[in-house]
Ligand binder design. Structure first.
Ligand SMILES: *[C@@H]1O[C@H](CO)[C@@H](O)[C@H](O)[C@H]1NC(C)=O
Ligand SMILES: *[C@@H]1O[C@H](CO)[C@@H](O)[C@H](O)[C@H]1NC(C)=O
Ligand SMILES: *[C@@H]1O[C@H](CO)[C@@H](O)[C@H](O)[C@H]1NC(C)=O
Ligand SMILES: *[C@@H]1O[C@H](CO)[C@@H](O)[C@H](O)[C@H]1NC(C)=O
Length: 424
């Protein structure tokens, strides 16, 4: 559903007891290369997440963009595939999922009408929309934008509009057309695509992404007057298996694979839970949790839990979050930051959460942090912001990227169901 962490960090940097780390260097130039190698798993990453917050504050005035060159599809589209009208249902397609802004989001390359764009796949919404040339020119200056007039396969859907507001209050609205989308060599023809004529400021700032591709169910699609089929349901028809395997990796480049459950990506068994798709979300039962090796607790208040690639953090019911940070030395809830912080030197316990009625998924403590956010001016200690935070009373628990980074996760339209396993 796209709840990006920057809101929290933005509030947070305004908090007086913290000062910014001085080591952050000004970034020169417009683009940066995503690194394909990675850090030790127990270091909590911060600087790039901070960079995003700094941009919001205007402290680092440079435009942080992402070059399309950085995002070659893992499986290249065969040229002739793009022109084929009928695609045999035996395809799989993989694209990279690159961490940006210290895991605030993960972005992937696609083409629309043959034009390359970097987008965010979001299992928590069901609209496809992209930055485009019908936006005011000031909104798309210096960044890639889809130009419908240069696509031979684009058609306007007369009278159709979309209007979407995400969990972080970001929004986009405008007209709708249809075009061919290629994801890692798999093509979907006639996909409804929103061409906003207005987007919220955050999308203007988020130059690392040029739009969203919703992977929720069609009932969440916002197109009026005729609701449109979601991208996932459309691509499923041409896939070998109607699945998406997500292996996203912290501060690194992972992968979204359409059409295959990739046995090389996980070890042990996939633990499956039934999805209740009635709300349009990838929603499942998750009524139990455990902090460290403590006792298994039932979360009586648990409303529903969704798996959401578009949300940076893991947002759970407040009492669960309170129970977790009660076991973190020096942790405190800071209302102005709407979140828990703790000294980065504190050890974070493991956290387990139910996947369906019979299984628990355990996140190791070293993946439970999100970012360094500053220095405690009294003690000189670095202060960290946790990857698990309160859902602020929302009637959903959201297993966002903090959760997904720790597992290999299969979104399976058969059932539908979700499968979770330890990454290989
Ligand atoms: C879009 O939806 C929001 C919230 O539902 C509403 O306030 C706004 O007026 C709508 N905008 C348009 C252009 O329809
Ligand atoms: C989970 O579902 C997958 C297919 O999505 C299947 O191959 C696997 O056997 C299932 N695992 C269990 C434990 O039922
Ligand atoms: C966390 O879980 C792992 C297994 O995933 C286990 O090896 C480790 O001992 C646990 N750590 C703590 C502090 O309980
Ligand atoms: C900074 O450290 C002091 C002393 O340990 C503590 O009382 C205070 O809550 C800390 N502040 C933050 C923001 O961590």
């Amino acid at each position: 559903m796209r709840i990006l962490l920057s809101i929290f960090l933005t509030l947070w940097l305004a908090y007086g007891a913290l000062s910014a780390p001085t080591s952050l260097k000004r970034r020169q130039g417009r683009s940066f290369k995503i690194e394909t190698v990675r850090r030790a798993s127990n270091t909590i990453h911060g600087p790039s997440a901070l960079r995003r917050a700094y941009v919001k504050y205007g402290i680092v005035p440079t435009n942080i963009g992402v070059d399309l060159d950085d995002f070659e599809p893992i499986v290249k589209a065969a040229a002739e595939d793009l022109s084929k009208e009928i695609v045999e249902p035996d395809q799989t397609g993989a694209v990279s999922a690159a961490s940006v802004e210290g895991d605030a989001a993960f972005v992937s390359p696609i083409t629309i009408g043959g034009q390359e764009l970097v987008v965010t796949f979001d299992t928590g919404s069901s609209d496809v929309w992209v930055m485009n040339t019908r936006l005011p020119s000031s909104s798309i200056e210096g960044r890639p934008a889809f130009d419908p007039s240069k696509s031979t396969t684009f058609e306007d859907i007369q009278g159709a509009t979309f209007n979407i507001t995400y969990g972080d209050d970001s929004y986009a609205f405008g007209g709708v057309g249809s075009d061919t989308i290629d994801v890692g060599g798999v093509t979907v023809t006639g996909q409804a695509i929103g061409l906003p004529t207005q987007v919220s400021g955050s999308f203007l700032e988020d130059t690392y992404t040029n739009g969203l591709v919703g992977l929720g169910f069609s009932s969440l699609n916002t197109v009026q007057p005729q609701q449109q089929r979601s991208f996932f349901e459309a691509i499923a028809e041409v896939l070998d298996e109607p699945v998406l395997g997500a292996s996203i990796k912290s501060e690194s480049v992972g992968e979204y694979e359409f059409g295959i459950i990739d046995k090389t990506k996980f070890k042990g068994d996939l633990v499956n839970a039934t999805i209740d798709a009635s709300s349009g979300y990838w929603k499942f039962e998750s009524a139990y949790y455990r902090v460290g090796d403590g006792e298994l607790k039932k979360n009586d208040q648990a409303t529903a839990t969704i798996a959401d690639t578009g949300t940076s953090l893991m947002l759970l019911d407040q009492h669960v979050v309170d129970a977790y940070y009660a076991k973190v030395h020096g942790a405190q809830y800071v209302a102005s930051a709407t979140g828990y912080i703790y000294p980065c030197s504190a050890e974070l316990p493991n956290f387990s959460i139910a996947i369906g009625p019979q299984h628990l998924a355990t996140l190791p403590g070293n993946l439970m942090g999100f970012a360094e956010v500053g220095t405690n001016t009294t003690t000189g200690e670095t202060v960290c912001y946790g990857g698990m935070q309160s859902n602020q009373g929302l009637s959903l628990q959201i297993l966002g990227d903090t959760f997904l980074k720790a597992f290999y996760v299969v979104f399976d339209l058969r059932g539908p169901s979700i499968g979770v396993a330890s990454p290989a």
